[in-house]
Design a protein around this ligand. Sequence first.
Ligand code: ARG
Length: 468
Amino acid sequence: MITERQTDSNAMWGGRFSEGPTAIMREINASIPFDKRLWQQDIAGSKAHLKMLVSRNIVTAEDGQKILEGLNQIAAEYAEKGVPEDWSLEDIHMVTEKRLADLIGAAAGRLHTARSRNDQVATDFKLWVRDAIDMVDKGLTALQMALVNRAEEHAATVMPGFTHLQIAQPITLGHHLMAYYEMITRDRSRFYDARKRLNQCPLGAAALAGTGFGIDRHQTAEALGFDAPTANSLDSVSDRDFALDYLMSATQTAIHLSRLAEEIIIWASQPYGFVSLPDAYSTGSSIMPQKRNPDAAELVRGHSGRIAGCMNALVMTMKGLPLAYSKDMQDDKPPVFEAHDLLSLALAAMTGMIETLTFIPEKMRKTAEAGFSTATDLADWLVRQAGIPFREAHHITGSAVRLAETQGVALDALSIDDLNAIDPRINESVKAVLSVDASVASRRSYGGTAPDQVRLRIKDAKQALGLH
Ligand code: ARG
């Protein structure tokens, strides 16, 4: 007996592949489901190319006008109804060309003179990545502003500074937040470099070798806001280093966001209690009524892993490809689109969290004091005031910390008698350096944590951000 299953051309493929190879090829070949996102860049590129063809008398003014009107109508249709996803037409370039032919007839075919989809897609994608970089820069700037504002508010708020996640020395919260401002400054410059580097126009490289038509590549490059045409036609259609530059810059930014997210998660946990998360960026538990979970921060941390994954995906796609274009390169777009969406969202969430977090200065201060974070200050005092070699001072300080620990008090609460019993060279003036406030105030070296230093750096930052 023959079952229904066995009558399929291939039972394993099932459903939509029942038509066999035609359907499979159509699906694996089609990029329209994702590259429709390039439609605006594709229309812009086509218009620039068209204008150049007309000015070089390669296409007549009459045909040029028809094509231009057709492209305008298509753009209006896409804007209103979206791009139709016809898989048999493969990609955004063919979907648009077909629609143009439907609208204006044979003249449509003249648009593709002296052009190939290879230089067309490279141009479209560069334009898209350039816009993406500009958007990310806005997001990064907003995060910097949030950091600077909160840092200013907390320029003198004392908190424990950590190494190995062990309490090390007291710092100010403003200083800690400004550390991220610096990281984001470098992230912005990385994207800026990527933008500068990508800004050469591949259009006119044609399939791989250039073209015999008398085109003007400088004209199209200029019309599309590029600094110049690319210098080598093979390179133009076969590299995606500009997309990788974007993904690598995005990954580095994501790493920074993830570290900040991790700190927020730690700070919000009850044993720390340094911050309380706004309702807007946390959730309750369906079973434990006391809980407030830092979901947004956790997802920023999670998304950063996915962004790094996108970068890896394109690295692996590109690494073994011979010159020039290979169809593998069609897979360049999904990871860039995905990373961009994830990064934009992560940036918005992080900026929102920084703006609305409630810091709890009392808890930060208490933790810094309880952690004997001024031990280095005691050792430094012994070196400076009593002329004791640092190694010995380190040893004496260790004894003082042990004593404070047994007494259950902060270092600056030990009596002078107690300190004298440890080392007779210690006198009353040591008290001035043992408080957490004295400790941070003393760290005035350039870039140090002293509130007046932090305020100076905030001033620089505000100037850089145009906030003055
Ligand atoms: N959809 C293609 C891509 O994104 C366009 C280029 C096709 N070129 C070709 N030679 N088949 O890569």
